[in-house]
Design a protein around this ligand. Structure first.
Ligand code: PLP
Length: 436
């Protein structure tokens, strides 16, 4: 008899376009904490967390309770028709918790891409300038503008052009593959200073509305800049009146061991973007930033029918309670140390691992065929991810070369689940390296 999984795979193929990709062939029956159970009852340890969305764990009881309470009161009124408390309460909390001792305001949208779109609209309106600088290896979404800001061509951009104009791409701070052929710290973080030179050959600074950067580049390969990077970038942006947008869609809400990853770099961006784990799985994103920038667009210039849905805002308020009151950030910090220790040990054991990087539990390994030449091991990475899945561990790859394996597991993962997950990864790396 065909399994329920196989039955749904056939239905999916018939009714859903192939472009909507999936990392595993599993259909989920239920998910709790850091474990998913598929339709055939198979248990999967989840190191992907719905692509970084369930930092507080699948179906956290406090989030479920907040959602249930809210749906019984009202589900939707549209903030632009009849306002509601959860929107304002959540805005106030994000304004208070985000870095920067200045007056901030927060606007809500539904997806990470929408947060990026809104941030660019706000920066353009405030500066009356058209251009945006994005980085090599950046990922900012799949809408026309955010796809244009995104770096990786296949699969994100191929065949979807023409792209939005006035987007300029600058080399990033990729120490393992330095675009300038330098090494940290003797480089003196030349990749940040390069912005001044970039203006000469690419776009005049007085035409630039914003520079957008992820604190740790997510889809681009968990690329983690050196400590001085963001302060240097910010100083140059300030000198030229350019809005610095920090895209924390993937890195916030404890993912990198702090509420906001940018706290590791000690700067307060002009605009800060969150989504993914903000509402633990309900669609919600936020633009939090300097009040004078946020207020630049005219009344009616910002918004959307579903933006800042009350159920999603209640979920997000509960997420912040869980992260802070349940001391999940401390747990994230310890988890990060534990994962790094394990990745370092795997690197000593497996030649395939060229680099270990990241912050807190937002960590990754970059796989290479040859440590000297650093040849990206994309096929091997695919095989490792596939082997892990067969053994009951869900992992996802990233990186422009597709040769980086990242950790986005719920922060509530148990020690036993972490042990099992890493044992599977160790085994899979060994098998793939041995050509088995
Ligand atoms: N920005 C970053 C840094 C992301 O990682 C993502 C998604 O992975 C996005 C933006 C786009 O978010 P969404 O898929 O919710 O539109």
């Amino acid at each position: 008899m065909a399994s329920r999984q196989a039955e749904y795979q056939a239905l999916r193929d018939k009714h859903v376009p192939r472009g909507a990709f999936h990392a595993t062939p599993s259909f989920v029956r239920e998910a709790h904490g850091a474990v998913m159970i598929d339709l055939d009852g198979r248990e999967l340890i989840d190191f992907a967390g719905g692509i970084g969305v369930v930092n507080v764990g699948h179906s956290h009881p406090k989030i479920v309770a907040a959602i249930q309470d809210q749906v019984q009161r009202y589900i939707h009124t549209c903030f632009h028709i009849a306002m509601y408390e959860p929107y304002v309460d959540l805005a106030a909390r994000l304004n208070e918790l985000s870095p920067g001792d200045f007056h901030k305001k927060t606007l809500f949208a539904n997806s990470g891409a929408e947060a990026v779109e809104n941030a660019i609209k706000i920066a353009r309106h405030a500066t009356r300038r058209p251009a945006v600088i994005a980085l090599q290896n950046a990922f900012h979404g799949r809408t026309l503008l955010t796809m244009s800001l995104t770096s990786k061509v296949k699969p994100y951009k191929l065949g979807f052009g023409p792209f939005a104009p006035e987007v300029y791409r600058m080399p990033n701070a990729y120490c393992y593959r330095c675009p300038f052929g330098l090494a940290y710290p003797s480089c003196d973080v030349a990749c940040a200073d390069h912005l001044e030179e970039f203006f000469v050959g690419n776009v005049a600074p007085e035409q630039v509305a914003a520079l957008i950067a992820e604190p740790i580049q997510g889809e681009g390969g968990f690329i983690t800049p050196p400590p001085e990077y963001f302060a240097k970038l910010q100083a140059i942006c300030r000198k030229h009146g350019i809005v610095l947008i920090v895209d924390e869609v993937q890195s916030a809400m404890g993912r990198a061991g702090k509420l906001f990853a940018i706290e590791h770099w000690g700067i307060a961006p002009d605009l800060l973007l969150t989504a993914k784990s903000l509402a633990a799985g309900l669609p919600l994103s936020a633009v939090t930033g300097r009040a004078e920038l946020m207020d630049a667009p005219h009344v009616g210039g910002l918004g959307g029918t579903f933006s800042g849905n009350p159920v999603a805002c209640r979920a997000a308020l509960a997420v912040l309670d869980v992260l802070l009151a349940d001391k999940l950030l401390e747990r994230a910090e310890r988890l990060g140390q534990e994962i790094r220790r394990r990745f370092d040990a795997l690197q000593r054991k497996h030649e395939l691992i060229g680099d270990v990087r990241g912050k807190g539990p937002m960590l990754a390994i970059e796989l290479v065929k040859d440590r000297m030449k650093k040849t990206p091991a994309a096929d091997e990475t695919k095989k490792v991810v596939q082997r892990c899945y067969e053994k009951g561990l869900v992992l996802i790859a990233c990186g422009n070369f597709g040769n980086v394996i990242r950790t986005l597991m719920p922060l509530v993962i148990t020690d036993e689940q972490l042990d099992r997950g890493f044992a599977i990864l160790d085994e899979a790396l060994g098998e793939v390296a041995a050509g088995r």
